[in-house]
Design a protein around this ligand. Structure first.
Ligand code: FE2
Ligand code: FE2
Length: 147
């Protein structure tokens, strides 16, 4: 029994670090998409602008879930988002955001596996769900990419 508790304590520590990393990725994306959704101009770029404005809400919901769950699991949110100014050029923007979304998918899949190992069923499903959302975001970006 004691041994199980110790094992759970250890895996939760690693899990909480991973969730904090995900929270900061989300906060970084929220700021970037918010600013890009405001700075983009031109009729041809309007679909991309609308996409960023819409997806800010998805990323906010992801961040909110993570912040709640970190607290529920007895952790503490450590906020240190990357506030670097976003690119002005559309092509660079899409390329950078596609890479970030792909990396978010991989990170959520890793968290889903860790949640599974810790026996946290609801967290596992939500991490898979958030991976699916990021996968949809990546598809949208690819669709709007000028090839
Ligand atoms: Fe997200
Ligand atoms: Fe996303």
């Amino acid at each position: 029994m004691m041994k199980n508790n110790q094992q759970n304590g250890r895996s939760n520590g690693e899990l909480l670090r991973g969730m904090n990393e995900a929270l900061n990725r989300e906060l970084t994306t929220i700021v970037r998409y918010l600013l890009q959704g405001s700075s983009i101009h031109g009729l041809a770029n309007e679909p991309l602008r609308q996409m960023y404005r819409k997806e800010v809400a998805d990323e906010l919901a992801h961040a909110q879930y993570l912040a709640d769950k970190i607290a529920v699991l007895g952790g503490r949110a450590e906020v240190h988002p990357d506030l670097a100014p976003p690119p002005q050029d559309i092509e660079t923007m899409i390329k950078q955001d596609l890479a970030a979304e792909e990396s978010d998918i991989a990170h959520y899949r890793k968290l889903a596996q860790m949640a599974e190992d810790a026996g946290l069923v609801e967290l596992k499903l939500r991490m898979e769900d958030q991976a699916a959302d990021e996968s949809r975001h990546a598809e949208e970006l690819r669709r709007l990419q000028v090839s």
